[in-house]
Write a protein that binds this ligand. Structure first.
Ligand code: 8YV
Length: 322
């Protein structure tokens, strides 16, 4: 029996690649470079299943490139890089990998929050550059976390996991902005205050952490006006999508000192990083590490494989988003 042809656009952990090969006729992009838009479009006519990542733009032109792909099994939870409407119009199913990267991403949100609050990146740079002149009472003073308000913009799986770490681990107070209030048990566990108006949340938070999906609805949600509503001396953390933040406005807010710091893991045009931010000591900048631990990257691959298997068996897709 011929096995379905499956294309993996970037290398995945070895164990996942082996598991994929046991069931599919697998082609891997072995190069360190992402595939071109043309190569992705050509793949639409050559494979049954396409497994992209956040670094592939599966836009309407790519989807129009051929008629063979029946499933796009994304390796990741966010899917703003995939033109869902175009996929739907062609009857292509799309899946993602929810749940398995919640803890890893929340860990990185806390990493950024701690690094920004305690000026850890700035300190390490100073030390490595040989500029550290020794301990002194006023050197690289950061902010206490206990008792400070962490405002979460979006209160889904990752927002809640971030809030749990901050509240139970660091004694922070939790407030959140979302479309609807959280389940009563979660709100009670975290003593979390619901704010249906974003500006209200921004105005009372010492730290703001973004956990909304990317895409048109949230593009530049955090812009010059919203940054102006944030408390003087507060911090912005983003592990969601780069497009949610206007980075020029963020650089202005950091430069003027209105914001004390920012911690970013995602950027609008990755791997480009806005030049204005690179020059600012108060910006902690990570290269999209949200899900980057061994266990999580394997679990993401296994979840994409489970979706591909379900598709091959004609079963309901566990994580169908289109
Ligand atoms: C992943 C992410 O590493 O899952 C997501 O949406 O942003 C990441 O943390 C990446 O998307 C892999 O495709």
């Amino acid at each position: 029996m011929t096995r379905p042809k499956l294309l993996v656009t970037r290398r995945w952990p070895d164990t996942v690649e082996e598991a994929l090969r046991a069931q599919f006729d697998v082609t891997l992009n072995e190069s360190d470079e992402p595939m071109s838009q043309q190569a992705l479009a050509d793949a639409m006519g050559a494979y049954d299943v396409l497994c992209p990542t956040v670094s592939d733009r599966i836009d309407a032109d790519v989807i129009a490139g051929g008629d063979r792909v029946k499933l796009i099994a994304n390796y990741g939870v966010g899917f703003d890089h995939i033109a869902l409407d175009a996929a739907k119009a062609k009857g292509i199913a799309v899946t993602n990998t929810p749940g398995v990267l919640t803890d890893a991403t929340a860990d990185i949100a806390l990493t950024l929050l701690l690094m920004a609050a305690r000026r850890a990146g700035e300190g390490e740079r100073e030390l490595r550059d040989g500029r550290w002149s020794g301990w002194r009472p006023t050197h690289l003073i950061g902010s206490e976390l206990r008792g400070k308000v962490l405002g979460l913009v979006g209160f889904g799986r990752i927002g809640i996991a971030t809030a749990r770490r901050a509240h139970h681990g660091f004694g922070m107070k939790i407030a959140y902005y979302a479309r609807r209030p959280a389940e009563a048990d979660i709100a009670a566990e975290l003593q979390a205050e619901f704010h249906p108006v974003l500006d209200d949340l921004l105005g009372l938070s010492d730290f703001v952490s973004l956990h909304v999906p990317g895409g048109g609805d949230t593009a530049n949600l955090i812009n010059a006006q919203s940054l102006a509503k944030m408390k003087a001396g507060s911090y912005l953390i983003n592990t969601a999508r780069g497009g949610v933040v206007d980075h020029d406005a963020l650089a202005d807010a950091l430069r003027s000192g209105h914001l004390a710091g920012a911690g970013l893991d995602v950027y609008p045009q990755e791997p480009a990083v806005p030049a204005a931010l690179l020059e600012l000591e108060s910006a902690v900048l990570l290269p999209h590490l949200g899900s980057a631990n061994r266990e999580t990257r394997v679990a993401m691959g296994m979840r994409a494989l489970a979706n591909a298997q379900a598709w091959a068996n004609g079963d309901e897709l566990p994580d169908r988003i289109a």
